[in-house]
Design a protein around this ligand. Structure first.
Ligand SMILES: Cc1cc2nc3c(=O)[nH]c(=O)nc-3n(C[C@H](O)[C@H](O)[C@H](O)COP(=O)(O)OP(=O)(O)OC[C@H]3O[C@@H](n4cnc5c(N)ncnc54)[C@H](O)[C@@H]3O)c2cc1C
Length: 527
C-alpha cells in the first residue's frame, strides 16, 4: 500500500506550484517542508509573463496580482548615485496596467497573454500554501524534514522527521523541490556542473513606510522597481510588493554595514527598520540528471542561476508544470512509459539555456559595474548592457521542446533568441497568444487535455485523432476556430496541443497515421 501517489519534498515556490497543479488534477500527493511555516525572507520578486500565463491557466493569476504590487506602479530601472540625485540612467518598463493595454492592442502574437507581476517570494509562498491546503487530494505538512529515501521498481519510501519522531512515507513517485542544497540530489549522487560561489553578497530587508511616497526626492529618479547604485560595493536597491519593504544587495564585510549602505543609497534621512540581513552566493549550475528511476528533481534542486534576468523561480515553475500532467497521465494509466522520461529531455535543455541566459545578463551587469569610477563611460556601457537583465522575452516565451520523444518535430526550426520573441507554431513551442472575437484569449478556450485546433474553417476531419486518443483513454477535444487572424498567425489549419499548451504536431491535412501520432504524444512510442 502506498501512503500517497506523489511525495513532494520542499514547499518553496516550485514544490507549491507542483502541489497545486497535482491537487487541481485530483492527484493524491503529500508535500513536506522542513520549515515550520513560510518565512518572511527576501528572495525573488518577479513572476515573468510565462509564469503569469501558467497561473492564469491554474486560475491563480488574479489572486497573485491582488497580493502583489499595484498594477499602476511602473517597473522602471534606474542607475543612480543616490535616490536624492538625478538618475544617471533610466530605462522605463511598463506598469502592469500599461503592459495590459499593449497586450490588449496586440494582434501579431508577439506579446504574452499576461504581463509580468511583481510579487515578493514571501507573499507568494503563503498564498500558494493556502491554495494547496484547500485542495482535498493534497496533504501539506510543514515542520517535516526529509532525511533519506530508497526506491524499488514500484515505490519510493522516504524517511521523514517531524517533532523529533522519524516515520516513513511510501509513495509511487518522489519529486525533489528541495532547493539548491537538495538532499535528494545529493543522495542520488547527481552532480551540479558550472560555476559555483561566483560572488558573495549581503542582502538586507528594510521596512520604510515613507520612502515610496517621497520618491522622487528633490530631482532624483521617479518610481521604479530597481535602483542600481554606481559604486564599488555593487549596491542594488529593490522595491518589494508592498512598496513599504525594500531590499538592498551589496558587497560589504559585515552585517552592520548594510544599514549605512541603505542610508547612502537613499541620500536623505528616512525612518526605517532593518528586518533581516543575510549572505547569498551567486551560482550558475546545472544538474547532470533531472530523474533517476521514480525520483524527479525540479527547480533550484537542478538549476541555480544568478537572479539577473529573473529566470530562477520562473524556470522552476516551468519544470513543475511540465511534470504535473505527465505524473497525472502515468498514474491514471493513459500515459505511456516514455511520458515521464520526456521530462528530463524537455526541461534540462531549458535549464541549460536559462543558466546561459543568466550568465549573459550578469556578464553585462558586471561590465558596467566595473566602471563606477568613470560615470560617463559607465552610462554609455550600461545603456546597452543593463538591458540584457530586463529584456529577456525570448528566453521567457520562446523555448521549444526540441528533440523530445513526445513532439512530432520537423527538420530545422527557428533559432532560440534570448532577447526577442518571434511567435511561431514549430512543434515543441508554446502556443502564441491570440485574441479571438469578443476579446477572448485562445488559451482560455482550451481544456485540460489534448486539443486539436481546427483553424480557418478547414473541413479536415479530426475523427481519426479523436478515436486514437479515446482508445488510449487520454483526454481529447476538438476546438474549431474559424477566425482568420488565428489561422494567419499560426500558419496551419490543424494544430495538436498538449495539456500544457505546447504544440505537439501541426499540418494542413489530417495526420495519415493518427494512432501513431496519438501514441507518440502520450509517450507510448519508442523513438
Ligand atoms: C536575491 C534573489 C533574488 C531572486 N529573484 C528572482 C526573480 O526575480 N525571479 C525568479 O524567477 N527567481 C529569482 N530568484 C531565484 C528564486 O528565489 C529561486 O529560484 C526559487 O526560490 C527556487 O524555488 P525552489 O522551490 O526550487 O527552491 P527553494 O525556494 O529553495 O525552496 C526549497 C524548499 O525546500 C525546503 N527543503 C530543503 N531541504 C529540505 C528537506 N530535507 N526536507 C524538507 N524540506 C526541505 C526548503 O526549506 C525550502 O522551503 C532570486 C533569488 C535570490 C537569492
Amino acid at each position: 500500500m502506498h501512503d500517497t501517489d506523489v511525495l513532494i519534498v520542499g514547499a518553496g515556490p516550485v514544490g507549491l506550484v507542483l502541489a497545486v497543479d497535482l491537487g487541481q488534477r485530483g492527484v493524491r500527493c503529500t508535500l513536506i517542508e522542513r520549515k515550520p511555516a513560510p518565512q518572511f525572507l527576501p528572495k525573488m520578486e518577479r513572476c515573468n509573463a510565462r509564469t503569469m500565463e501558467i497561473f492564469r491557466r491554474m486560475g491563480l493569476a488574479r489572486k497573485v496580482r491582488a497580493a502583489g504590487l499595484r498594477a499602476d506602479v511602473p517597473m522602471d530601472v534606474y542607475i543612480v548615485r543616490s535616490l536624492a540625485e538625478p538618475p544617471l540612467l533610466h530605462h522605463p518598463y511598463p506598469s502592469v496596467n500599461e503592459a495590459r493595454r499593449a497586450i490588449d492592442r496586440c494582434t501579431d502574437g508577439t506579446l504574452p497573454l499576461e504581463p509580468y507581476q511583481l510579487i515578493s517570494q514571501y507573499t507568494l509562498e503563503p498564498l500558494l500554501k493556502a491554495v494547496a491546503e484547500a485542495l482535498p487530494s493534497i496533504a501539506v505538512k510543514f515542520g517535516h524534514e526529509f532525511l533519506s529515501f530508497e526506491q524499488s521498481g514500484s515505490s519510493v519510501t522516504a524517511h521523514v522527521r517531524a517533532g523529533g519522531v522519524t516515520s516513513q512515507i511510501k509513495a509511487k513517485y518522489l519529486v525533489a523541490c528541495d532547493g539548491g542544497g537538495s538532499s535528494v540530489r545529493q543522495q542520488l549522487g547527481i552532480a551540479l556542473r558550472g560555476e559555483g560561489d561566483i560572488l558573495r553578497l549581503r542582502q538586507a530587508l528594510y521596512r520604510c513606510d515613507e520612502l515610496y511616497s517621497r520618491i522622487p526626492i528633490h530631482k532624483g529618479p521617479g518610481h521604479g522597481r530597481h535602483y542600481h547604485v554606481a559604486d564599488a560595493q555593487s549596491t542594488f536597491l529593490i522595491m518589494q510588493d508592498s512598496t513599504q519593504h525594500w531590499t538592498l544587495h551589496a558587497v560589504v564585510d559585515e552585517d552592520a554595514a548594510m544599514a549605512r549602505q541603505f542610508e547612502k543609497a537613499i541620500g536623505v534621512p528616512v525612518e526605517y527598520e532593518m528586518l533581516y540581513v543575510g549572505e547569498w552566493k551567486q551560482n550558475l549550475l546545472l544538474a547532470d540528471r533531472y530523474q533517476q528511476g521514480r525520483v524527479f528533481l525540479a527547480g533550484d534542486a537542478v538549476h541555480l542561476m544568478i537572479p539577473t534576468g529573473g529566470l530562477g523561480m520562473n524556470s522552476g515553475v516551468g519544470d513543475a508544470i511540465d511534470l504535473g500532467w505527465k505524473l497525472e497521465a502515468t498514474l491514471r494509466g493513459w500515459g505511456g512509459p516514455k511520458l515521464l522520461a520526456s521530462y528530463e529531455l524537455e526541461r534540462r535543455p531549458v535549464g541549460e539555456r536559462n543558466v546561459a541566459a543568466s550568465r549573459y545578463a550578469s556578464l553585462g551587469r558586471r561590465k558596467w559595474r566595473g566602471l563606477w569610477r568613470d560615470l560617463d563611460e559607465l552610462v554609455r556601457v550600461a545603456e546597452v548592457e543593463q538591458r540584457k537583465s530586463n529584456e529577456m522575452i525570448g528566453a521567457e516565451l520562446g523555448y521549444r521542446y526540441e528533440g523530445s520523444l513526445l513532439i512530432a518535430d520537423e527538420p530545422g526550426g527557428p533559432e532560440h533568441q534570448l532577447r526577442e520573441y518571434l511567435p511561431n507554431t514549430w512543434p515543441g513551442s508554446r502556443l502564441p497568444h491570440v485574441w479571438l472575437e469578443g476579446h477572448a484569449a485562445i488559451q482560455d478556450t482550451l481544456g485540460p487535455g489534448y486539443t486539436l485546433l481546427r483553424l480557418g474553417g478547414t473541413h479536415e476531419s479530426g475523427d481519426g485523432l479523436e478515436q486514437a486518443f479515446n482508445a488510449l483513454g487520454a483526454p481529447f477535444e476538438l476546438v474549431d476556430t474559424a477566425e482568420q487572424n488565428a489561422r494567419e498567425l499560426y500558419g496551419y489549419d490543424l494544430i495538436l496541443l498538449r495539456p500544457d499548451l505546447h504544440i505537439a504536431w501541426r499540418g494542413n491535412r489530417a495526420p495519415h497515421d493518427p494512432k501513431r501520432l496519438a501514441a507518440q504524444v502520450t509517450g507510448h512510442l519508442a523513438p
